[in-house]
Design a protein around this ligand. Sequence first.
Ligand code: NAI
Length: 308
Amino acid sequence: MKVTIVGAGAVGASCAEYVAIKNFASEVVLLDIKEGYAEGKAMDLMQTATLNGFDTKITGSTNDYSKTANSDIAVITSGIPRKPGMTREELIGINAGIVKEVSSNLIKHSPDVTLIVVSNPMDTMTYLVHKTTGLPKNKIIGMGGALDSARFKYRLSEALECPPSDVDGMVIGGHSDTGMVPLTRLATRNSVPVTAFLSEDRLNQVAEDTKVGGATLTKLLGTSAWYAPGAAVSGLVQAIACDQKKMFPCSALLDGEYGLSDLCIGVPAILGKDGLEKIVELQLDEAEIAKMKESAEGVKKTNGLLDV
Ligand code: NAI
């Protein structure tokens, strides 16, 4: 199992580390445009192999895509992250060109690859890859909801004063401060609806804190986060590599599901060896449907800035 990660920056390197530590891939190639950077990150990570006990071989490459040949899965994290006060949508001008070029280079050397798009604005970048590469739609997946759901569960566990592992919950919709739809109605603590423990006001606060989860960290760190994003991507990579049939909210190209079409947006999906194998349609209530519709309008507005 060969995994390529383009962009050896904060998120790409974190993802490489989690993939290696989970020890399911034979090879990880890190590729970056910055001279020597991916080689350096790969060497540093390889020097953790005996410390962390993994056998994955990690190599680096400065923009030489022949090194990525025959990758089963490729992750695109190349591009610029946001700075404090910026929205993800503001990154489109620079990142669209990078994502288009990177995805085309990857496919030239790995025609059967499954692509996981991470660069922001992620839903629009995922849509761009669908529009420009011609890969089958199950082979292009955007990562956002897995991270947003992890942040949601963290905020719920804070409110419930319980360990995060006791909590389950999901965020669907667009991966943006205004587009996320945290499904508070369906969230549970040890299978009991969280509505049994938390007031409506407290749950609304949890939802709002989740939506600005990325912005909160960007303010604290001066740039966007990397541990949870890297871990979330590695979960998607593992589900595909190990044919786990696990469900994650992913940015998928919709064709009528949830009453939406011709956009990529976060919906629950089953991931396995064929990539995004099935979109799961939840029974949403009226308020949730309205939020999804509003979220989709926001994503489509950003898609309108693309030259496709
Ligand atoms: P970073 O700046 O640390 O790393 C980006 C890397 O991409 C840099 O090393 C840069 O040299 C490289 N790069 C730029 N152009 C390239 C090209 N044409 N080919 C190859 N490499 C190229 O940024 P970070 O923090 O790793 O974030 C990366 C992207 O992921 C950003 O767009 C960020 O907004 C996004 N992101 C998305 C998340 C999600 O949930 N979808 C979560 C966190 C970040």
